[in-house]
Write a protein that binds this ligand. Structure first.
Ligand code: ATP
Ligand code: MG
Length: 560
């Protein structure tokens, strides 16, 4: 996990500073944070920022971080989401201790708190229609109007709320509202709804409840019940903080967590909201929530991202209070840096053209030795069979090369990585298509391993695979899902119009070196000169690998 020395050198962000101060002054003995997802979709890279913050704070301060599902909206929730979220948090390397928590665990207590608010004349049952309610609410510049139901007696409110609970009214006819201030400049304080009628089946409480508490009301009380010390959330909740505090103050709860807001993560070349991700899944714009192009945790995992690269990314971007959009290149660089150290090197020809070595003995197979990592001898070596017929990359040969082109061409000599120096002899073209079908070369037997004993200079080094011993692999070249930095910038244009049509290119002719046959699903290698590729977790099998390109070796999107 986090390198302690590293973290000590960095100044604390403003949230960690507040928490450190609270522990030092003795305001709290222990920090308790929580990560509170709604189980209405898969987690994305934005959630990773919140996870790394909440669980990170707990780790750094010997505190606790709860995983709590905010499951108050049964019509949009699903157990499949509950499960995927737990898998993702664990995969990122975090631990929520004894058990998973759910806001629905507190439904009875939340109901009792609502009764207490009614008894204190701080909540009332309102029968305005949703349209009327909007009208009465006022605007940012005009105060709201009080509901005609606002001054019901406590007894009448208790009775009506009980009937709501018992399912005696239709959805949308009655709500319970907090009695705060219809003239408040903050719209959230204009008698917000705290309970609504919803006759929906809940994935945990079944058909027990006909009414469900609203998010704002549920959240502060759940935090309080768990003894949360610091309730960390994104900036859009800043205007909800007075309501968070009002509920706890009015109920005079023994514990009052402090809500602190931070800027959410936005990334270029993607959309982040779960609603839009779900829309793409349902419209089949992508191959499911875990499509390797999706910026979901499960998509990134399938793409070949490591937990460490995501945690490093979250640490690198830091925690602040101003909204910004981080360049996708920053995330891609983190996975490059991580894989550069971890990934074994392999050779694979993505777009093959055949090379015949005219003077190489027919039927001979020589085992060349390739390093698994050029800088790390501990990672070992593997054998690369060398034969008379090989494949090289089609674009590693040019009929009329410029002086700057150092690969193969007429009269050129080139080095085959870990193989021999080969000299061009001739090439064959398909008469009708003009496509080059074969390149003939000769090899210098004195150059085994790739260096010439006479010291002659050969600039170009290219990768290759034996035509006989190599075997076919399926390669999926993934790229960014959108082709503009902010797909949501123009409100008049559908964000889907900016989908990158080349975000997934499937190659069916690629040939890999034999050692690739043993690549386990989920393992990532570097194909020399091509990028990092990960054996797909779902579709790859030992013996018939399907590889996803995790990331190229360089950022090709970078503005020149
Ligand atoms: P979305 O807006 O993508 O639908 P959400 O905020 O509705 O996400 P929740 O399940 O409510 O999703 O989020 C759980 C936690 O993750 C919340 O505390 C939320 O503030 C945080 N979170 C969500 N998106 C981001 C983001 N882009 N950056 C940082 N934190 C985020
Ligand atoms: Mg939300």
């Amino acid at each position: 996990m986090e390198n302690i020395e590293d973290s000590e050198k960095r100044p604390l962000d403003f949230i960690r500073q507040i928490i450190t101060d609270d522990l030092q002054t003795g305001k709290h003995q222990k920090s308790i944070t929580r990560f509170p997802p709604e189980p209405n979709g898969f987690l994305h890279i934005g959630h990773a920022k919140s996870i790394c913050l909440n669980f990170g704070v707990a780790e750094e301060n010997s505190g606790i971080c709860n995983l709590r599902f905010d499951d108050t909206n049964p019509s949009k929730e699903d157990v499949a989401y509950v499960e995927s979220i737990q898998t993702d948090v664990k995969w990122l390397g975090f631990d929520w201790g004894a058990k998973v928590l759910y806001a629905s665990n507190y439904f009875h207590q939340l109901f009792e708190f609502a009764v207490a608010l009614i008894k204190a004349d701080k909540a009332y049952v309102c029968q305005l229609s949703p349209g009327e309610m909007r009208e009465y609410r006022g605007t940012l510049t005009e105060p709201g109007k009080e509901s005609p139901y606002r001054n019901r007696s406590v007894a009448e409110n208790l009775d009506l709320f009980e009937q709501m609970k018992n399912g005696e009214f239709e959805e949308g006819t009655h709500v319970l509202r907090a009695k705060i201030d219809m003239a408040s400049p903050n719209l959230n304080m204009r008698d917000p709804v705290i309970y609504r009628i919803l006759k929906a089946h809940h994935h945990r409480t079944g058909d027990t409840w006909k009414i469900y508490p609203m998010y704002d009301y549920t959240h502060c009380l759940s935090d309080m019940l768990e003894g949360i010390t610091h309730s960390l959330c994104t900036l859009e909740f800043q205007d909800h903080r007075p309501l968070y505090d009002w509920v706890l103050d009015t109920l005079k709860t023994p514990c009052h967590p402090r809500q602190i807001e931070f800027a959410r993560l936005n990334l270029t070349y993607t959309v982040m909201s779960k609603r839009k991700l779900l829309q793409m899944v349902e419209a089949n714009n992508v191959d499911g929530w875990d499509d390797p192009r999706m910026l979901t945790i499960s998509g990134l995992r399938r793409r070949g991202y490591t937990p460490a690269s995501i945690r490093n990314f979250c640490r690198a971007i830091g925690i602040g209070k101003s909204e910004s959009r981080i360049d996708m290149g920053v995330l891609e660089n983190e996975i490059r840096n991580d894989l550069n150290v971890r990934a074994e090197r392999r050779m694979c020809v993505l777009d093959p053209v055949k090379v015949v070595i005219d003077n190489y003995p027919e039927g001979l197979v020589e085992e060349m030795v390739g390093k698994n990592h050029p800088q790390n001898p501990d990672m070992g070596e593997r054998l690369l069979p060398f034969t008379k017929e090989l494949y090289i990359e089609r674009n590693d040969f040019m009929e009329n090369p410029s002086r700057k082109y150092h690969r193969l061409g007429p009269d050129r000599e080139v080095r085959l990585r870990y193989g021999y120096l080969i000299q061009y002899a001739s090439h064959v073209k398909d008469e009708t298509t003009g496509e080059i079908t074969e390149i003939h070369c000769t090899y210098d037997p004195e150059t085994r391993g790739g260096s010439a004993p006479d010291g002659r200079k050969v600039k170009g080094t290219i990768h290759w695979v034996s035509a006989e011993k190599g075997f076919p692999v399926t390669i999926r070249l993934y790229d960014r899902l959108f082709n503009v930095e902010d797909p949501e910038a123009d409100k008049d244009v559908d964000f889907l119009d900016h989908l990158n049509p080349d975000s997934k290119v499937v190659l069916s002719k690629a040939i890999a070196e034999p050692s690739l046959a043993l690549l386990e699903p989920g393992k990532t290698v570097q194909f020399e000169r091509q990028g990092y590729f990960c054996a797909d977790l779902v579709e790859s099998k030992t013996g018939s690998p399907v590889l996803n390109r995790t990331v190229t070796l360089r950022d090709s999107w970078k503005k020149k």
